[in-house]
Design a protein around this ligand. Structure first.
Ligand code: GLV
Ligand code: GLV
Length: 325
């Protein structure tokens, strides 16, 4: 029987359904597994379901002598050394598509929460400090009819753009590759150079993967190009933003606010960030709705079973590995 190791307990009971065919071990503790523990568990495993918070580096990969597939329970896979996996002949799969709409929903939740000061309002109301309606109470920045700038126009970026139609927004996007005209027209969005997008947008939302090229894509210079009334949303990966530079911009109010679901040194925050009222902070919950998280389990299991049956998986991140089998 093939052995599958899962680094964290997953929602639903899909794992039970394959227990007659596979030997499934789930890491028993409710915390991120340590590297040493992971290397020990992987010695015997044919497949692993990993979390985005598990760094799967060369050493970990080499510890998995029987490993045939790494299934990342996420769309992003910057936590995995893909080159090392490919060299070892290990397929890497992820969970695109099923989490697109949930992730776009969360980007919008943050956008609305920051611009209309929802969390400040909640804190104030709970504290008994709401002393009656007032003309200048918690004035925010307008959303309807404003300009939204999307950096990274893949599936999630496009889903965020689609929602902007209902808010009557003008949508700009920046992407490594310009999208086909038909998609631009359908989504009502226009391509812009990065600096133009930053200068013209009222909301800047990040949807690019973390790569060497996108690390600190948003630093002091880029924040300096943004409007004083602008809001930055990051639901992509923390290191895309220079968090210290963002802290300074929020402190000095050179931008209106930020909504963050991801952090540069996750789960740690840059000291001082949590003291600021003009930032809304969520704990990396972009894909966290019940339907999505269950669909992600089915997706990783289907692809693991495919690889173990020597069939090409649906969401292969390193297709080079397949030709060599
Ligand atoms: C979440 O951040 C993911 O990559 O799925
Ligand atoms: C992720 O799936 C993206 O392409 O945005």
């Amino acid at each position: 029987m093939y052995r599958i190791f899962v680094t964290r307990s997953l929602p639903g009971n899909a794992l039970d359904k394959i227990k007659d065919r596979c030997n499934v071990t789930v890491y028993p503790l409710d915390r991120t597994i340590t590297k040493d523990e992971l290397m020990t568990y992987l010695k015997e495993a044919d497949a692993v379901i990993s979390m985005l918070s598990d760094p799967i580096d060369k050493e970990v990969i080499e510890a998995g002598k029987n490993l045939k597939v790494i299934a990342n329970y996420a769309v992003g896979y910057n936590n995995i050394d893909i080159e090392a996996a490919t060299k070892s002949g290990i397929a890497v799969v992820n969970t695109p598509d099923v989490l697109t709409e949930a992730s776009a929903d969360l980007a919008w939740a943050l956008l609305l929460a920051v611009s209309r000061r929802v969390v400040e309002g909640d804190t104030m109301t709970r504290a008994g400090k709401f002393r009656g309606w007032a003309p200048e109470l918690l004035l925010g920045v307008p959303v309807y009819g404003q300009t939204l700038g999307i950096i990274g126009a893949g599936r999630i970026g496009q889903a965020v753009a689609r929602r902007a139609k209902g808010f009557g927004m003008r949508v700009l996007y920046h992407n490594r590759k310009r999208l086909p005209k038909a998609i631009e027209n359908d989504l009502g969005m226009s391509y812009a150079a990065l600096d133009d997008l930053l200068a013209e947008s009222d909301f800047v939302s990040l949807h690019c993967p973390l790569t060497p090229e996108t690390k600190h894509l948003i630093g002091p210079r880029e924040l300096g190009l943004m409007k004083q009334t602008a809001v930055l949303i990051n639901t992509a990966r923390g290191p895309v933003v220079d968090e210290e530079a963002l802290l300074q911009a929020l402190r000095k109010k050179t931008i209106f606010g930020a909504g963050l679901d991801v952090y540069e040194k996750e789960p740690l925050l840059t000291p001082g960030l949590a003291d600021l009222p003009n930032v809304v902070l969520t704990p990396h919950i972009g894909s966290a709705d019940t339907r999505t998280r269950l669909a992600m389990v089915d997706m990783v299991l289907n692809d693991i079973i495919a690889v173990l049956n020597n069939e090409r998986p649906q969401n292969l991140v390193n297709p080079e590995v397949w030709g060599r089998r």
